[in-house]
Design a protein around this ligand. Sequence first.
Ligand SMILES: [Zn+2]
Ligand SMILES: [Zn+2]
Length: 337
Amino acid sequence: MLALVVHEPGRIEVTQVPEPTPGPGEVVVKVAACGICGTDLHIVDGDYHAEYPAIPGHEMAGTIVNAGEAQGLAAGDRVAVNPNIYCHACRMCRRGMPHLCESATAVGVTRPGGFAELCAMPAQQCLPLPEGVSFRNGALMEPLSCCLHGLAVLAPRPGDRVAILGAGTVGLMMTQLVRLHGGAPIVVSDPDAGKRALAERLGADATVDPAAADPREAIFDALGGRADFVLEAAGLPQTAALALELVGPGGRVLQFGVCPEGTEVPMRPRQLFRDEITIAGAYTNPFTDDRALALLANGRIDTKPLVSDEFALADAEQALARAREADSFKVQVRPGG
Ligand SMILES: [Zn+2]
Ligand SMILES: [Zn+2]
């Protein structure tokens, strides 16, 4: 079968590889759509805990072609995939935090992923797609479920002044979710004019170009003061630092973007004390798949503008290059057309 293989960091090739053989309890999915995530680019660049040679791709939807012994799944079922596999036996799993599993594995990270015609995985990673949810939207379940976990860790309350830093796919999903949470006003900051325009269409009350002016003052002006809730969705050292400068008394900061390993930003403990600031991180998507599918099935999230480009699997290298361009949103590879 055809697959995108990362032989070693920086060396990628679309090539023929053997078809996957499902292990006990595993199914094989014919991949219809697989989104490119920042994590995939980190794997290509060698800045992630992947095992090489790797077939990346963890945001996928497709059709079961071999259901093995799986209970409740059959060949022909349309499914979305949760890529994160937990051991259910380690200390963190036993403490109810399986996403922090000490021996977690992941489809498309530590085992072959969805930039391929076929992908094998444990049956429980597959969630039947509700009727009316396309493969394209099914492949958005994973990033949306990660956003939902972020907001399960820390969420704005109705009437909170919200600043969202970064208007990529995640920033725009978060803008819509924060709108559902009642954030008011919601100010989104992004250097790309197209992304700012889209953020306004999808629920931002105002947008700010962080490159054009002093972003701090511009965001304060748009919010009418300091933020009650700041969501960092850019994964940049400067936005991670900015988030701590924007937050006001009683405020909360959710660090959601994936900053480069080793990033350090200044923190003022006195401000944390005096203003009673809460800072939190959120990792992956425990127990949020069903809610993500419910939002997709009921049209609560406008996904139409979130996928900017679709590429055939044979053109997966161009797809990765396109995903690195500042004006792209979610780029999807469509192995199954
Ligand atoms: Zn991802
Ligand atoms: Zn575990």
